[in-house]
Design a protein around this ligand. Structure first.
Ligand SMILES: [Zn+2]
Length: 236
């Protein structure tokens, strides 16, 4: 689906910072093209704290960091689900229902989420919560969101998602050249200070990571990229 057929995109991830590590450059390219992007985090990432952190303060801290990071990418509609515990995410019917609710509210042509399939070569990208968020989102896109008899109690019209983009997918075959937006990716990730503040090498790490993806897909030397598996659902 070409970007000019896309008006709205919904990004669904398990934790604050997931969308920015995996897709900040791509998201910035979309908002730069005038596409509205909504971010939905399924948890507040309260297990992602340094050992000396005040654990009770983490959810609000990470929500604030995510809102600031998304603002760096031109995303102002940032939503959090309540009631789903970091580290315990499952593709439950409760989670599917809440994602269906947001799909039917946002009415996105494209949904970006985390791969439900584990990528053994990069196990940290396949955190169990990521697999759960991806699985629940794929199930929410098809068949639930588009079936008027699924979750009628939400009181929202059904919606057909056009396609799903999967981050950290083991057989990703769709690279996006994000070189132009690399600085914004770095800026977004610096906003997640509770996660990245201790990393003096953050920019270098992101550069090496982005360049390795570009190299894998034969893009010119020096470029950076992010890569996806794309699943057609309802294309025109
Ligand atoms: Zn995560």
């Amino acid at each position: 689906m070409p970007d000019d057929e896309v008006e709205r995109i919904l990004v669904v991830v398990a934790h604050p910072d997931d969308a920015d590590f995996g897709a900040a450059g791509t998201i910035a390219s979309w908002t730069n093209a005038g596409i509205e992007v909504t971010l939905l985090c399924c948890t507040h990432g309260e297990q992602g704290a340094q050992p000396d952190a005040d654990i009770a303060a983490i959810p609000a801290l990470r929500e604030g960091e995510q809102r600031a990071a998304s603002a760096e990418l031109g995303v102002t509609d940032v939503r959090f689900l309540d009631g789903f515990r970091d580290g315990w995410l499952e593709p439950s019917f409760d989670l599917q229902r809440e994602i269906v609710r947001v799909i039917r509210e946002v009415r996105p042509q494209r949904v970006l989420t985390q791969s439900p399939e584990r990528w053994y070569e990069r196990l940290m990208a396949s955190h169990p919560d990521h697999l759960a968020a991806g699985e629940a989102t794929v199930r929410a896109c098809y068949p639930a969101a588009e079936n008027p008899f699924a979750w009628p109690e939400l009181g929202l019209d059904f919606w057909k998602v056009g396609e799903i983009w999967l981050m950290a997918h083991p057989t990703a075959d769709h690279p996006i050249d994000t070189t132009e937006f690399f600085d914004r990716k770095v800026a977004a990730l610096r906003r997640h200070a509770s996660q990245t503040g201790h990393r003096a090498d953050l920019e270098d790490m992101l550069l090496v990571f982005g360049q390795s993806i570009a190299e894998r897909f034969g893009l010119p030397a020096g470029t950076t990229a992010e890569a996806y598996g794309i699943v057609p659902v309802n294309r025109r």
